[in-house]
Design a protein around this ligand. Structure first.
Ligand SMILES: [Zn+2]
Ligand SMILES: [Zn+2]
Length: 871
């Protein structure tokens, strides 16, 4: 092939050729001639364009839509190839398969590219989409491109804005001032979820805290349902369900009222460990707590010290989840521990988050490590109230670390001596009964911060009027179009703030001059509903067609990276539930099954542009064909695990496909033209299956039929469980067996259309073409035609295995007594000498010849013969 011989490019694959030029020759098969042809034919036939209005049996397979960042590398391919295997496999099961593709096209990289290079974001995005689309097609991935959407298209984002308005009307979208995470490099706020280790998830810059007005979605209203419905997601990876559960972070406990000196209202603290209340020796407020601010306003030395501390804390750039050195200041006031009656000091400290619970905690230094460290730092008493061994309770002053486990309550008034879990429940009951507290549930989940101070996103459809306040844009005025041709500033500040024609608008209510919101929406809003839009992507009247959405959703198989295990999935689940509550859809969970593929690594690290270890599929496809690249990607390891890419090993896969090619093309002229596999003799499938089942096949023929049917069984089971790498292994073993059989039959001169050998081989090759089709679809189509069919292999039913044929191999064991054949036994192959002899000695026909005689000797030839010498 010219692509192989003429190629002078340097690259990692070059080393492969040095290993042996003749191998290329040997492996050559004309993929370049047929791969594009088959892709065109699938397109013409509409193989991937289902009739969505009336599916017989629907199957919605969905890949997470990608951000159009530029070119794809082979690591990206794993996700899409996996999905394509499922799509083609389901097609062969007769399902109506929907597998659309689109683009999560808003976001910062496009805007940063505009700042850096002057290319408008929409142009940058369009260019990248074209490149990636070409690459996906070259991989032979079958999508229904008629349904393509891009979240940055006005026809799409008008409906993102429409959904915002629905949430606004339901009271689920609100504007609030508060401390937010600010990335000084990206020049925008970040959701808590986008802060990783105190740094911006995108650019790694240390995140600051700023007080700003922002838009939020009230996802916390749905915390209980988001948690409870995880139980429905039996076909999600357990670790993803756990991550969702932990992110919601439900904890049940007691809200305790502490009377504070000089305050009319009690201070409310939440605890999950009410059993440690007797050990609460101080209270701690977060610097942002209203009481802390009030106490800081006192014109006393303590008030001033507190005000200084709060000001210093607010001015410091700090990372929200960083382990700061603990620091605090005594407020000068005390509270009463309602259990012990002791007066305890109230502190303000930097280790309490305003966002957890009430922003105030009861500190139990003996049983909470952070409280312990703080108490030791400031000399606050430590009091043990839970003991692992009640006989020897550790004295607070002797502790070197907090004891955070369960145990027996000590020094705890009427609860002393109770197991901590029992005492905890009793104390809660008592406090609730006495009106000193209430049961409460706390969540780690915060409301979803959706506004971004950037340009390349869906504008938030809100107008501010001096008289009318916050006014939603009327639905009839959607979309609020993002102005084109704006000027970008090197600082990254949103250009929208400078575009007068954008922000100066009349108030929709009173008509007076008003100001449009210049913030845009977090791209996670765009991606929280795109799976609904695919059903009616050009519908100009509504965001989605309910009748289609209710028929096709939930998604039967969702596939994507585990990096989306929290945010994207949580937000999509939330928006789905809101739309359900709005009466717009009939289901509450969008994704019935989820598969998270592992990463492809190179040189031990995740493939990434910045590390320079990416491998482009383009060169490999030109050199080896799409089927080879696909098959290698699937063979590289279990799809849910990370795997190391090896360019050299791609050559091995290429040679395998070359063997498949020659196996069929070298022998097809000696095979019957009629269909063998699954063709019935009249008795239906199973025992009546033709092939060589007429009794005239040889032992090697029986062996190959067994391999064929076992391979059908194995590949089917493996694909059902997405064990795709082992499915490929099974196909390789099958190819080896069929190749050996064909060679032997050729040598014996027995490969002729009318002979049993030819039917056996034909059956094996038909199975091979059908089974390899989801993995290497082009070569499967080509070979399927050569085997005598004119229809696409994907219109063929997936083959069934014959259980009898697939069962373990048996042999005929010949048993002689003193040299005379006395029995032929059907026996499992591979028995050892002793088992073989015992089997012969247990046969009744043999036993009649042994009666009254003495066994002198047994000669055993495993899998063949037993000769018993008797006297
Ligand atoms: Zn950043
Ligand atoms: Zn107005």
């Amino acid at each position: 092939m010219s692509t192989l011989k003429d190629d002078k490019r340097q690259g990692p694959v070059e080393t492969v050729r040095a290993a042996g030029a003749s191998r290329d020759e040997e492996a050559a098969f004309p993929f370049a001639a047929y791969e594009p042809r088959w892709r065109a034919r699938w397109d013409e036939e509409g193989l991937f364009r289902p009739e969505v209005a009336s599916p017989k049996r629907k199957f919605y397979c969905l890949n997470m839509f990608p951000y159009p960042s530029g070119t794809l590398h082979v690591g990206h391919g794993r996700n899409y190839i996996l999905g394509d295997v499922i799509v083609r496999y389901r097609l062969m099961h007769g399902d109506d398969v929907l597998c659309p593709m689109g683009w999560d096209a808003f976001g910062l990289p496009a805007e940063n590219a505009a700042i850096a290079s002057g290319i408008p974001p929409e142009e940058w995005t369009r260019t990248n989409i074209a490149i990636m689309k070409r690459q996906l097609k070259a991989w032979g991935i079958g999508y229904d491109w008629d349904r393509e959407v891009a979240s940055s298209d006005p026809e799409y984002y008008r409906w993102t804005q429409w959904i915002f308005l629905r949430l606004f009307q339901r009271g689920l979208a609100y504007r609030a001032a508060g401390a937010v995470n600010w990335c000084p490099s990206c020049n925008t706020v970040l959701a808590n979820e986008q802060v990783v280790g105190g740094a911006c998830e995108r650019c790694d810059t240390a995140v600051e805290t700023r007080d700003l007005d922002q838009w939020y979605f009230r996802i916390t209203d749905y915390a209980d349902r988001l948690l409870a419905d995880l139980d429905q997601l039996a076909r999600w990876p357990e670790r993803v369900v756990t991550m969702q559960r932990n992110w919601i972070g439900r904890s049940a406990g007691l809200e305790i009222h502490f009377a504070v000196q000089g305050e009319a209202e009690p201070l409310v603290c939440f605890t999950t460990r009410a059993d440690t209340l007797f050990g609460a020796t101080f209270l701690v407020l977060s610097p942002g707590h209203p009481l802390a601010r009030r106490l800081a306003a006192r014109p006393t030395a303590e008030g001033r010290a507190l005000a200084d501390f709060i000001a210093r804390y607010n001015a410091t750039v700090h990372r929200p989840d960083e382990q700061l050195p603990k620091e605090g200041v005594f407020t000068g006031v005390t509270a009463v521990n309602p259990a012990s009656g002791a007066a305890i000091p109230v502190w303000v400290a930097n280790y309490v988050l305003a966002t957890y619970g009430t922003g105030a905690i009861m500190a139990v230094p003996a049983h909470d490590q952070r409280d312990f460290e703080f108490a030791r730092l400031y000399g606050i008493p430590v009091r043990t109230v839970i003991a692992a061994d009640p006989a020897v309770p550790a004295r607070g002053e002797d502790l070197t670390a907090a004891y955070e486990g369960e145990g027996v309550m000590v020094d705890s008034g009427p609860y002393t001596g109770l197991a901590s879990d029992v005492g905890r429940e009793r104390l809660i009951e008592d406090f609730v009964a006495q009106g000193k507290g209430r049961r409460a549930v706390n969540y780690r989940l915060r409301d979803w911060l959706i506004s971004r101070q950037r340009y390349w996103g869906a504008p938030i459809p809100i107008i501010y009027c001096a008289d009318c306040g916050v006014v939603p844009v009327p639905e009839s005025d959607l979309p609020v179009l993002l102005p084109m041709g704006v000027r970008f500033k090197p600082t990254g500040e949103s250009p929208l703030r400078e575009v007068e024609t954008f922000y100066r608008v009349p108030c929709p209510r009173c008509g007076k001059e008003a100001r449009r919101e210049t913030d845009t929406m977090d791209t996670f809003v765009d991606s929280s509903w795109y799976f609904l839009r695919y059903l009616s992507p050009r519908d100009a009247a509504r965001p989605f067609a309910r009748e289609l959405v209710d028929r096709w959703l939930p998604v039967d198989q969702y596939i994507g990276g585990v990096e989306h295990a929290i945010l994207h999935l949580m937000y999509s689940r939330f928006v789905t539930k809101v739309l359900h509550d709005e009466g717009l859809i009939g289901f509450e969970e969008p994704f019935a099954a989820l598969f998270t593929q592992g990463m492809i690594c190179k040189d031990g690290a995740k493939m990434s542009k910045s590390k320079g270890n990416t491998v482009s599929p383009d060169d490999l496809i030109a050199r080896y064909g799409a089927d080879t690249v696909r098959l290698y990607t699937l063979f590289v390891g279990p799809p849910e695990k990370d795997a190391e890419w090896n360019d050299r090993a791609v050559d091995g896969t290429y040679r395998f496909l070359g063997r498949v090619w020659r196996l069929v093309t070298d022998h097809v002229d000696r095979l019957p033209r009629t269909r063998v596999l699954g063709a019935s003799t009249g008795g239906g499938r199973g025992a009546g299956t033709v092939g060589a089942g007429d009794g005239d096949e040889t032992a090697s023929g029986r062996d190959l039929r067994r391999v064929t049917h076992r391979t059908i069984q194995r590949v089917t089971q493996d694909v059902d469980r997405l064990h795709l790498n082992t499915a490929v292994s099974a196909l390789m073993e099958h190819t080896n067996a069929a190749t050996g059989f064909a060679a032997a039959a050729m040598a014996a001169g027995t490969l002729a259309p009318e002979r049993a050998e030819a039917r056996v081989l034909k059956e094996a090759l038909e199975a091979l073409a059908l089974l390899v089709a989801p993995f290497a679809p082009h070569i499967a189509e080509e070979l399927w035609q050569r085997l005598g069919s004119s229809t696409s292999v994907f219109r063929e039913p997936w083959p069934d295995h014959d259980p009898a044929l697939a069962a373990a191999k048996t042999i005929i064991l010949v048993v002689q007594v003193n040299g005379k054949v006395r029995a032929r036994i059907d026996a499992p192959a591979g028995l050892g000498e002793v088992e073989t002899r015992d089997l012969a000695l247990a046969d009744p026909r043999v036993l009649t010849h042994l009666a009254g005689k003495t066994l002198k000797k047994a000669v055993v030839v495993p899998d063949k013969l037993v000769n018993l010498v008797v006297a």
